[in-house]
Write a protein that binds this ligand. Structure first.
Ligand SMILES: [Zn+2]
Length: 282
């Protein structure tokens, strides 16, 4: 971000692509799977004999940089783009990738939400959707996309790379030593997040590499700690709801302060409390 600020203040003549250059970092997880870290949600990339596919595509302004990074690994455009959910920091590149030949895959509800935002002829829309799960057999890998109901949103998919023992959790898992964003207005719920994380924990082992929607690569132990943290937060909010009647009274009581967490500007303690309250008050 510092570099970006310098570019902006020093010269408008610098092109957009230059401005964002070097903001995409690659981490290799195994022979075929990589993670690209940038400004939005974490991107998983499968690179192999059959070609390329990616999980999530961040923001539209980063598409060229993402494509260039992928080309440094293999000179094809991605055959497929999987969307873990509809949020713009995970689907913003859809149109750009579709225009270079990628086929976009998501849960049915992601398509519906993108349709209401972009219109039904938009190239942002996934062309292949599913209601429960779907498997992608490509690059010698068997990736299984499983839908989890009403978790971060109402269209979440978690991607299990079975052979590689790697899982991409989308925003059901924020690995930022903080609480998750529950998009209550898009069908998200705290119990859905707890259910999804609990289920993933039964499907992985101590060697599984866990890709969170945001934050560094993680593992089963840390995911278990996250489950316990979210459970504790739920209990604190429920306890506060017993003694404080209104949403504002619960927010004012600051029940989450006991957890001693740090919060980002966009997801303050007050906002987390509000969203947890709204989810538990339904
Ligand atoms: Zn999200």
């Amino acid at each position: 971000m510092f570099k970006y600020a310098i570019y902006l203040s020093s010269a408008l003549m610098l092109s957009t692509s230059l401005t964002y250059a070097d903001e995409i970092k690659i981490q290799k997880l195994n022979e075929h799977l990589y993670v690209l870290f940038g400004q939005g949600g974490n991107i998983a990339a499968s690179i192999g004999e059959d070609g390329i596919y990616i999980v999530d595509d961040q923001f539209a302004r980063l598409s060229d940089d993402i494509k260039n990074k992928l080309k440094s690994l293999k000179p094809n455009a991605p055959e497929f783009v999987i969307n873990t959910h509809h949020h713009g920091d995970h689907t913003g590149g859809n149109e750009n990738f579709a225009n270079s030949g990628s086929h976009i895959i998501s849960h049915d509800n992601v398509r519906e939400r993108l349709k209401s935002k972009h219109g039904d002829k938009s190239r942002y829309l996934p062309i292949l959707t599913f209601s429960k799960d779907i498997s992608l057999h490509f690059n010698g890998e068997h990736a299984k996309l499983i839908h989890y109901k009403n978790a971060h949103t109402d269209g979440d998919a978690i991607v299990f790379f079975k052979k590689s023992n790697i899982v991409h959790m989308g925003d059901i898992y924020f690995n930022l030593k903080s609480l998750p964003f529950i998009d209550v207005n898009s069908g998200g719920s705290i119990d859905g997040i707890l259910g999804a994380v609990s289920d993933v924990l039964t499907k992985i082992d101590n060697k599984t590499q866990v890709i969170p929607g945001h934050g560094p690569i993680s593992n089963k132990q840390e995911l278990n700690n996250y489950l316990n943290l979210v459970k504790s937060a739920k209990e604190l909010i429920l306890a506060a709801m017993k003694t404080h009647k209104s949403e504002q009274a619960v927010i004012d009581a600051k029940p989450l302060s006991k957890l001693n967490l740090t919060y980002s500007n966009w997801l303050s303690q007050e906002r987390v409390t509000k969203l947890f309250y709204q989810s538990l008050n339904k």
